[in-house]
Design a protein around this ligand. Sequence first.
Ligand SMILES: *Cc1c(COP(=O)(O)O)cnc(C)c1O
Length: 384
Amino acid sequence: MTKVPFFRPDITDVEISAVSNALREGWLTTGEKARSFEDHFAEKVGSKRALALNSCTSALHLALKVLEVGPGDEVLVPAIGFASSAEVVVHLGAKPVFIDVAKEDHTVDPDVIVSAITPRTRSIIVVDFAGQPAKLNAILDIAHSHNIKVVEDAAHALPAKYHDSFVGSISDITCFSFYSTKTMTTAEGGMATTNSDEWAEGMRLMSLHGISKPAWLREKSKRPWHYDIKTLGWKCNMPDLAAALGLAQLSRLDAMTDQRRAIAKLYLQAFQEQDYFECLLERPECEHAWHLFVMKLRPGVLRIERDQFLQEMNEHGVSTSVHFIPLHMHTYYREKYGYQPEDCPVSLSVYQNSFSLPIYSAMTIEEAERVISVVMEIGQKYRR
Ligand SMILES: *Cc1c(COP(=O)(O)O)cnc(C)c1O
């Protein structure tokens, strides 16, 4: 029995020759390829500016920093999210205030945001869970009327659309991930997009030690050794080697997206009608990127709980995952801020009942059909 892994990277000769060429050309670190990747990416998502970085985590960090989040501030963070969205807030000396998600789509509801805003709230991080955009118009309206900025964690949402606009062109700053398992990859990498030149320049400066002119631009100047440190920075630039991989993946992004959509469609057809599973709501104003396919066990319908269900899946050769263990339930945040699991009750129940099936562009339709038959077999075996 062949196994269906939870993920397999989608690397073709296009990527291999792009990276080989970059190696032969000899400029390995940040240079013209990174710039070109930024330009093509900005064009793809319709944003004015794009800044290539070494991770989405760095993009979130620089975004909050350029928005002047600092000590004494609060940042609203969805409890169903990854470590990055919370840790960058703490690193800037601010407090992450965890907010609950909606059970229909696991993104945050605007009215939850309204009730969590205090005079200290400086920014809101929204997560486009699984690849479906959050309710961005309402969230941006609320935030801007309180003079709060919205940083979108779009690590799952490339390419995704909301009311005909691509994610990346909508929020104040949007952060993407090119981590190996995301919808496209640079092995490790990230991108921040914005329509503000000021924020884009500020983030660029901080991404390379606050140095006025990076090496690849100095090389062509009269005094290539000269630079000035304008502000306190970090080191999170994207090397050209990674950007070469990114450019190749970007050229195949639409084709890769089509394959994930085809798999999502098969899954939805098979699972939507079953009474033991609940699929997440696909909102009509959104075009989903299908980075993840998340489902929930309806409590009480099966004789087994989620963990045993996933163990059986594994025994039948299908790898699965859970997205996510809620941030407010992790030791660090419990001990530092005193959070209790019940503080975000929907996130707690999402965590207890949900699971993610394999979905990726290198996956075949036959593999997807195998996943479906294994899910159905276990479902029927344990039905009450
Ligand atoms: C993967 C992921 C990140 C982190 O991306 P990196 O590029 O690894 O820093 C952030 N947020 C979410 C929701 C993610 O899934």
